[in-house]
Every structure is written in structure tokens, then in C-alpha cells.
Design a protein around this ligand. Structure first.
Ligand code: 4AD
Ligand code: MG
Length: 444
């Protein structure tokens, strides 16, 4: 570990780089990691990052105790340091401030061969180094924006009468089809990691009116795509006495609030680090356009997919084509019943379509929300259990919700990672979470 240097007086404030503007002209203490060092002999330029930003610091031989200057000359990338010095406004410095170092303490000298160098690395390599890759400013900015999105989600729901009730992760049965279940052994009984908290939300709304769960969900997705993870976070609001139309109104307000919050708090990072076209995000205002599945299919058939068969679920190319015709997210509602989960309410007089709605994000991002109105019919559910190969016994409690005070009710699930990818303008969901889980990918 680094040698101790002269004592720092306790009157010197320890600040973060984000706070630099408030301390111009003052002597401050800063702690962080060496992002980069340039050796100019008697001058050492040390770019420091501390998790809140990046700052250039300069060690001039004559200003430091000799041992501290010697330590500065040996600094390797990612070494952790504490520095004291005077903050100067400097238009040439990135961020507008520079720290003139008076003293420097090495907290942890990094080994010389840091795996991630400022050159182009392949994504496969970077994913293996994900525990280090997240230190790069772009990756850190994404994680920070994700945290803001989480906060905006909770703030909007908490402020609109939704009560947060989280739902179990270990579950006895499927919600979104049996083909993507992760199974585990629960003391001799088969159990599954939750695909969705929705069925439990349908119980909690009868206690609390409007609820939401927000947590990790799991799907054994066997395909490698840029929008599928095997573990992802989903926020699922559910409302009693609400219809499909109510859900669309909530979703457009909710999503617009999330986007506006990120624009207000992270405009610089979006533009400078993520090279995001923020004008596309500024267009995200209610109301969102609405297309029925029938209209959507007609558009596909009139467009580049003349052979698209009515009844099939949309794939990524279809969603992209539909969404790119609008400047904001678009609702597609009344999907074919056969393409959706067992709990969907039928459209009156047209049982081949159901009261479902997906929200497709523009710019090729596609579905970020799935939801709809849930059936209240016990008879319909019993038929669907048979059709979907589900055991009625596993859902006895769910049928109780229809037996005891059934009401029209609706809700939806917004995928956090897809939302982060869209708002940040990322090519792949793997960068939206600190440690993504994907097909054949569980390290680190
Ligand atoms: O459309 P899904 O499957 O809907 C449900 O699970 C409902 N039970 C939600 C509800 O009504 N309460 O999933 C909802 C969203 C998708 O729109 C997508 O954003 C995300 O969850 N999602 C995934 N995100 C990443 N990787 C995956 N494998 C995902 N599967 C779904
Ligand atoms: Mg869906």
C-alpha cells in the first residue's frame, strides 16, 4: 500500500468532483482513482475519477513533498489516491476545473497491467471484465441513469396512489408460459423463479386498490437477442376497477414522466457520453398513438411484410417497422388471444382477440411494456388452463380472486432494462445492468 505522506489538516474539506464548482479557488481534498496519467517530468498530469465525475489534477514537483511527488510519478491506472490542492477554474480542463496538487497519498497502488485500456476492446472481452468495465465513464453514466429511472418509476407510482407490495420470487407456477421457467427444488417440491408478479398483484389490489411490484424476474430465454436477458427487472402496476383504456392512459403519463426526469437530470451525460439524440426523447409526450393489432398487421402487409399472417405475434423487425412510423411510443392493442398469456380478457364478440396492449418504443427498440385487462371469468380461466397445459390446482387461489368480489382490473409490466436501453440509446440490453444474465452468461 502507499506510503503515508504529510498530515492533511482537518480544516480542508473533502469534496467530490461533482461539487468542484462550489469550491473554486479553495484548498480541497479529493479521493478517487487514477483514470490516466501523463508524465511530463517535473509535471505529472493525473486525471482522477471518483464516481461523480472526472477531474484533471496536476502535480508540479516544487509544490509537493518529495515522497509525494515520487509517488505521483509511479501512479498506475486505477490506483486509488487521496489528493489535496487548490481548485482552479480552467477552461481548457475537461469539466472546467483543475486541481493543483499540494499533497498526494496512494491508498492502493494498482498493478501495472489494467485489463481495460483506452483502445477498442471487443464486447466479448469487456463482458468478461464487466466488474472493471463498469468503471468507464460511459458505463457508469448508464448505471446512474438506470438509478434515476428506478427513482422516477417509484416517485410517479407512489405519487399516484399505487402502493408498493412486492411479490415472491420463488413461486409454485407459471405466469407467462411454461417454456421460459427456471425451475428449482423447494424442499422436494418443484418451484420456479418468478416470471412476473402480476398474479399476486391481482390479489393485492383487492386489499389496496392500486398496487405495484418492482423487482427481478426471470425467464429462461434460449435465444440471443439484443433485448433479452434471463434476469431482468420489471415494474408491474395493477389497478382495480380499471380497463384496457385506463391502462393506456396511465402508461403514457408514466413513461413520459420517466423520460422527462432523465432529460432534466442527465442531459449532459446523454449528449456527451452516450451521444444520444435528445430531441427524439423530447417528443415523448402524451398522448401516444394507438393502433389495433388488425391495423398494425395491415400496415405491415402494406409495407415490407406482405406475407405477414394475421394471428402471429410480432417479432423485432415488425415492431421496429411499426414504431418507426411515429415520433413517440405507440400502443398496439387487441392482440390475437392465442398469442398472449392465459389471463387476458376477451374482446366482447371477438374471442379471437384479447384486451391486451403492448407499448412499442421508437427508434427500433420495440416492446417495452406488456399489459392489459385480466379476465374475471372462472369458466374462461378453466378453459385456458387446459389450453395452456397449466394445472388448475396450482391456480386455485387465483380463481378465488374471481369468486370473492371480482372487478374489472388491469395492469402492465414495464421492463426496466429495455427502457434504459431505449432512453440511453444503447445497442444491447447487456449494458443496462451492472451484471447482466444472458444465455450461457453467468460470469462475473
Ligand atoms: O410482456 P411481458 O411478458 O408481460 C408480463 O410479464 C405481464 N405479466 C406484465 C403485467 O401485465 N403485469 O413482459 C413485460 C415486459 C416486456 O414488455 C419487456 O419490456 C420486459 O418485460 N421483458 C424483458 N426484458 C428483458 N429480457 C427479457 N427476457 C424480457 N421479457 C420481458
Ligand atoms: Mg410481452
Amino acid at each position: 500500500m502507499g506510503g503515508e505522506t504529510s498530515a492533511v489538516t482537518s480544516t480542508v474539506p473533502t469534496i467530490t468532483i461533482r461539487e468542484a464548482a462550489d469550491h473554486a479557488g479553495q484548498v480541497v481534498r479529493l479521493q478517487g482513482w487514477v483514470h490516466h496519467r501523463t508524465d511530463k517530468g517535473r509535471l505529472q498530469f493525473v486525471v482522477v475519477r471518483d464516481g461523480t465525475g472526472i477531474l484533471q489534477a496536476v502535480a508540479f514537483e516544487k509544490d509537493l513533498p518529495p515522497a509525494a511527488f515520487a509517488a505521483a510519478r509511479e501512479l498506475t491506472q486505477e490506483s486509488s489516491i487521496r489528493i489535496t490542492g487548490t481548485l482552479r477554474a480552467d477552461a481548457r480542463a475537461p469539466g472546467g476545473y483543475e486541481l493543483g496538487i499540494d499533497d498526494l497519498e496512494v491508498v492502493g497502488l494498482a498493478e501495472p497491467e489494467y485489463p481495460i485500456q483506452p483502445k477498442e476492446h471487443g464486447v466479448g472481452f469487456l463482458m468478461e471484465q464487466r466488474h472493471l468495465w463498469i468503471r468507464t465513464p460511459r458505463q457508469a453514466a448508464i448505471l446512474r441513469i438506470r438509478a434515476t429511472i428506478v427513482r422516477a418509476i417509484r416517485a410517479w407510482l407512489d405519487g399516484h396512489g399505487f402502493v408498493n407490495v412486492d411479490t415472491p420470487i420463488l413461486t409454485p407456477a407459471a405466469c407467462e408460459g411454461t417454456s421460459t421457467l427456471f425451475g428449482t427444488d423447494y424442499f422436494g417440491t418443484p418451484a420456479f423463479l418468478s416470471q412476473s408478479g402480476q398474479l399476486y398483484n391481482e390479489a393485492t389490489i383487492a386489499a389496496l386498490g392500486k398496487t405495484y411490484c418492482f423487482g427481478p424476474t426471470f425467464r429462461a430465454e434460449k435465444s440471443k437477442t439484443r433485448r433479452h436477458l434471463t434476469e431482468f427487472w420489471m415494474v408491474e402496476p395493477e389497478m382495480a376497477f380499471a380497463t384496457l383504456e385506463d391502462v393506456m392512459e396511465v402508461e403514457e403519463q408514466f413513461v413520459s414522466h420517466i423520460v422527462a426526469t432523465v432529460l432534466a437530470e442527465h442531459r449532459d451525460a446523454l449528449v456527451d457520453l452516450l451521444e444520444r439524440d435528445v430531441t427524439a426523447l423530447e417528443a415523448v409526450q402524451p398522448p401516444f398513438p394507438r393502433l389495433s393489432y388488425d391495423e398494425a398487421v395491415a400496415r405491415l402487409q402494406d409495407g415490407p411484410f406482405p406475407d405477414f399472417p394475421w394471428g402471429e405475434d410480432f417479432g423485432a423487425p415488425h415492431e421496429s417497422y411499426l414504431a418507426e412510423q411515429f415520433d413517440r411510443p405507440v400502443f398496439v392493442y387487441h392482440y390475437p388471444t392465442a398469442a398472449k398469456a392465459f389471463y387476458m380478457e376477451e374482446v366482447a364478440g371477438r374471442p379471437e382477440v384479447c384486451r391486451s396492449v403492448d407499448l412499442l418504443a421508437p427508434e427500433g427498440y420495440g416492446e417495452i411494456i406488456g399489459g392489459g385487462q385480466r379476465t374475471t371469468s372462472t369458466a374462461l380461466l378453466e378453459r385456458r388452463f387446459a389450453e395452456h397445459g397449466l394445472s388448475r390446482a396450482d391456480y386455485e387461489w387465483y380463481l378465488d380472486l374471481r369468486r370473492f368480489g371480482a372487478v374489472p382490473h388491469s395492469g402492465f409490466g414495464l421492463g426496466l432494462e429495455r427502457t434504459v436501453a431505449w432512453i440511453c440509446g444503447l445497442q444491447h440490453v447487456r449494458e443496462t445492468t451492472a451484471f447482466p444474465r444472458m444465455l450461457e452468461k453467468i460470469y462475473p
